[in-house]
Design a protein around this ligand. Structure first.
Ligand code: SAM
Ligand code: DTB
Ligand code: SF4
Length: 333
């Protein structure tokens, strides 16, 4: 069995990342096949519960108020709207609903009270509930956990050195602090990054080092390919080669053997064959549904056809138990 380590060096990660491609895929697939459920893919559905108008300056993001994109600002949804969307996602086969808000941080106000009610309502449908709401204090994380939140998504996006080039309105440390707060409240952590921002390979390796050296590996690591959006500073970034996506996924799989690695944004630009390579390299989760937060995602029926062709099956909700304590014992050391 692959050992769970928290002391990976940059050199080791770099060596894995640069392994000749087919050897790398083979190595990652071997690690992945030690998991008895390797053919299961966890499906999350994204829902933008509050869209646009964000005060942050994340260079990739269509929801930042300061960039002129086609995204229309939408106020926080009602609990009923969210419940309806969750029911539709569940009927479609999603085991997790991830609710995203274009906020810099959570504030202790009526909007947060409403998000707490959304979490309770979706949890009552027997779906795993994930939120991505920006920065969070420990007590806010605890309120979310008490309401039944399963996971908190907070991405590192790139390396600490590269962060200032992409975002100036908060620091890498702010990001790490929120992840710690989520951990203290015993939430499971979903944290990953984006490739194609103009980062170097070293930046990718540094980010993977931070993730894999956390006291506990994130239960899920999303690997996003940048979706370049008109009006954002990164609108003209060239598309990342599929090989870079495969290398990131395979490296994440090898250094965090039990983590769910999510093939996240960017799938509309990938062929079935491209995606098959990503699954071979150890990806075992996707976002399904026709939309990510504000940008398109592959058609749901096409995704199901892809699952059929590749012999993959959707993973049921709460496979590792409802609480992080059980997850800890069963999956992560
Ligand atoms: N505002 C919260 C935050 O930043 O944590 C939550 C929502 S934010 C949209 C969630 C994540 O989406 C970001 O951390 C980033 O990794 C990803 N993201 C945003 N725009 C993207 C894009 N154009 N392409 C790929 N990923 C993107
Ligand atoms: C993650 O890593 N990717 C998702 C989710 N977590 C929140 C978001 C992707 C957003 C892509 C751009 C958009 O649709 O606005
Ligand atoms: Fe705001 Fe999140 Fe977009 Fe950054 S990534 S601008 S914090 S919504």
């Amino acid at each position: 069995m692959a050992e769970i380590r928290h002391n990976w060096t940059k050199e080791e990660i770099s060596e894995i990342y640069h392994t000749p491609l087919l050897d790398l895929i083979y190595g990652a697939a071997t690690v992945h096949r030690e998991n008895k459920d390797y053919a299961e893919v966890q499906i999350s559905s994204l829902l933008s519960i509050k869209t646009g108008g964000c005060p942050e300056d994340c260079a990739y993001c269509p929801q930042a108020a300061r960039y002129h994109t086609d995204v229309e600002v939408q106020a926080l949804m009602s609990v009923d709207q969210v419940t309806d969307a969750a029911k539709r996602a569940k009927e479609g086969g999603a085991s997790r609903l991830c609710m995203g808000a274009a906020w810099r941080e959570v504030r202790d106000n009526r909007d947060f009270d409403r998000v707490i009610d959304m979490v309770k309502a979706v949890n009552a449908l027997d779906m795993e509930v994930c939120c991505t709401l920006g920065m969070l204090t420990e007590s806010q994380a605890q309120r979310l956990a008490d309401a039944g939140l399963y996971a908190y998504n907070h991405n590192l996006d790139t390396s600490e050195d590269d962060y200032k080039r992409i975002i100036t309105t908060r620091t890498y440390d702010d990001r790490l602090k929120t992840i710690e707060n989520a951990r203290k409240a015993k939430l499971t952590v979903c944290s990953g990054g984006i490739i194609g921002l103009g980062e170097t390979i070293e930046d990718r390796i540094s980010m993977l080092k931070v993730l894999s050296n956390m006291p506990k590996h994130p239960e899920s690591v999303p690997i996003n390919a940048l979706v370049p959006v008109k009006g954002t500073p990164l609108a003209e970034q060239p598309r990342v080669p599929i090989w870079d996506m495969v290398r990131m996924i395979a490296t994440a799989r090898i250094i965090m053997p039990k983590t769910v690695v999510r093939l996240s944004a960017g799938r509309t630009e990938m062929s079935l064959t491209d995606q098959a390579l990503c699954f071979m390299a150890g990806a075992n989760s996707i976002f399904a549904g026709d939309k990510l937060l504000t940008t398109p995602n592959p058609d749901f029926n096409e995704d199901m056809q892809m699952f059929e062709i590749l012999g993959l099956k959707p993973r049921e909700a709460f496979k590792n138990g409802r609480s992080v304590v059980k997850t800890e014992k069963e999956t992560l050391s």
